[in-house]
Each structure stands twice: as structure tokens, then as C-alpha cells.
Design a protein around this ligand. Structure first.
Ligand SMILES: C[S@@+](CC[C@H](N)C(=O)[O-])C[C@H]1O[C@@H](n2cnc3c(N)ncnc32)[C@H](O)[C@@H]1O
Ligand SMILES: Nc1nc2[nH]cc(C(=O)O)c2c(=O)[nH]1
Ligand code: SF4
Ligand SMILES: [Mg+2]
Length: 245
């Protein structure tokens, strides 16, 4: 019998090092491995070039070796944190890539909406779960979300990161956080001017995003929600809607 062929990973882009712009690892030097394809389609997704199947001809099925060559070239061979994002990276076979990187001293974070659970979540260093609020147009399957936590099995550091656009999203964030009182929660103001999938550097309403950030801070304080952390997308403040940063 011939060996089972190693499954390829659908890649949209690999870039960095840059700083992690969001959530629990904000500011940390990071290389991003962005997979192509998503089981959601959020109304305000800022990464449609990795979601919309019209752009799948720009995605490349890559082996672990090929991905690892790109990562180590970008890092100069110096270990750092690799963020697996997308699209939904949870629909790709990433277990062998994580094992490969760990063998060379790299760390791995994964960003997912929590709709698909994999046993290799337990091998991550950081799992960022970002359930989607009503403004996204998506409906959270909490059983699938619980599966993600079950398979991660308290091995990685786990954090919630919830995008908030309006009062309904805020109420959703409070409920989501209340379901998982042991998890740290990060709130992120929504970018209502996300780039269209074919624009590399579309204009952005930073003033509007900052107004929403201020509104969100006021809301959290007025509510006495003192466990929540409120952070902007730092890369968006620095580089707007530019891709690959
Ligand atoms: C592009 S997603 C990819 C990973 C995964 N599909 C997810 O949603 O978690 C990475 C992060 O960007 C956030 N995001 C997407 N569009 C956004 C927007 N317009 N404003 C603020 N955050 C956004 C998502 O909620 C998620 O936390
Ligand atoms: N610098 C930077 N930080 C990020 N945090 C989450 C990102 C993502 O698109 O998943 C992202 C990104 O694309 N760039
Ligand atoms: S789940 Fe993430 S990648 Fe998928 S559409 Fe929503 S924000 Fe975009
Ligand atoms: Mg992004």
C-alpha cells in the first residue's frame, strides 16, 4: 500500500513579521498564515479575499514543507509566534504544520469563530474564539462552540474576542462572556468600512471607528463590566485597510 498523501492546506496569503493587532496577543511580533475558505459570511468581514469563493483562484493548496519554507524565510529562521487565521483556519488540516513549527521552537495562535472543532486545537499555544454577534448576520451554534473548548481541553491559553457594532452586539457579548466566566474577554469595535475583496488598500473611516471605540468604552464603564478589555484593531489604526500587514 502506498503512503496516505499528506493533505494540502489552502492558503490565501502568508505575511509578516508584523505586530499582532488584536486581542490577547496584541503588539506581539507575528507571522500570519491566512487560509482560504470560510463556512461563515459575515456582513462586515474585513478579509473577504480569503472568504469569497470568487477569489479561490488566488488560493493555493500548499504542503506543510512549502508553508514552512515561506514562514522561515520571513522570520529569518528565528522562532516567533505564527497566527493561523483566515477565512476559517479550523476547516484546514493544520495539525502537522503546528507539530513542525513546535519542533523548531515556534508558537502558534489560531483565530476562529468557533463553528468547527478540531482535536489539534489542544496543540495550540493560544486559541482565540471570536463568536459572531447579530450584526454579522450569522447565528452562533453554541454546541459547536462548546466542542471547540472541549477539544482544546485547557491546553492552550484561550480568549474570547467579540466584535461590537451596536447595542445588540454589546448584549450578545455580555451573554457570551457570561457563558464562559473563566475566559478572558476582549471587545473590539467594528470597522464599518472593511475593504472590498479586490481592494488592497481601500479608504477607511478611522474617525467613525474611534467614535465607536469611545462609545464602547463608555458602555463598558457605565455597566461596571470590569473584567472586559476593550481594544481597537491596532494594525487598522496604523495601516488602515492595507492587506498583508
Ligand atoms: C477575519 S477573521 C478570520 C478568523 C475567523 N474567521 C474569525 O472570524 O475569527 C479575524 C478577526 O477579524 C475580526 N473582524 C472581521 N471583520 C471585522 C470588522 N469589519 N471589524 C472588526 N473586526 C473584524 C473577526 O471578528 C475576527 O475576530
Ligand atoms: N497585524 C495584524 N493583526 C491581525 N490580527 C488578526 C488579523 C486577521 O486578519 O486575522 C490580523 C492581521 O491581518 N494583521
Ligand atoms: S467568520 Fe471570520 S473570515 Fe469568516 S466571514 Fe466572518 S469574519 Fe470573515
Ligand atoms: Mg483582519
Amino acid at each position: 500500500m502506498s503512503e496516505v498523501r499528506e493533505a494540502r492546506i489552502r492558503i490565501s496569503e502568508i505575511f509578516g513579521p508584523t505586530i499582532q493587532g488584536e486581542g490577547i496577543l496584541i503588539g506581539l511580533p507575528t507571522i500570519f498564515v491566512r487560509t482560504g475558505g470560510c463556512d461563515y459570511r459575515c456582513s462586515w468581514c474585513d478579509t473577504l479575499h480569503a472568504v469569497d469563493s470568487d477569489y479561490r483562484d488566488q488560493w493555493r493548496p500548499m504542503s506543510v514543507d512549502e508553508i514552512w519554507q515561506d514562514v522561515t524565510k520571513l522570520s529569518g529562521g528565528k522562532p516567533l509566534t505564527v497566527s493561523l487565521s483566515g477565512g476559517n483556519p479550523a476547516i484546514q488540516p493544520l495539525g502537522l504544520l503546528i507539530a513542525r513549527g513546535h519542533g523548531e521552537g515556534y508558537s502558534f495562535a489560531l483565530e476562529t469563530q468557533g463553528s468547527v472543532a478540531k482535536d489539534w486545537f489542544a496543540d495550540l499555544d493560544t486559541l482565540v474564539l471570536s463568536p459572531k454577534p447579530p450584526s454579522s448576520g450569522m447565528v452562533t451554534d453554541w454546541a459547536a462552540f462548546d466542542d471547540c473548548l472541549r477539544l482544546a481541553a485547557d491546553k492552550p491559553q484561550i480568549a474570547l474576542k467579540i466584535v461590537v457594532f451596536d447595542d445588540r452586539d454589546y448584549a450578545y457579548a455580555r451573554e457570551a462572556a457570561a457563558r464562559y466566566p473563566h475566559l478572558p474577554v476582549y471587545l473590539q469595535p467594528g470597522n464599518h468600512t472593511p475593504p472590498p475583496p479586490d481592494a488592497d488598500d481601500a479608504t477607511i473611516d478611522i474617525d467613525g471607528i474611534m467614535d465607536r471605540m469611545l462609545w464602547l468604552v463608555d458602555k463598558v464603564m457605565a455597566d461596571g463590566w470590569f473584567e472586559a478589555r476593550v481594544l481597537p484593531q491596532l494594525h487598522v489604526l496604523l495601516w488602515g485597510n492595507k492587506r498583508g500587514v
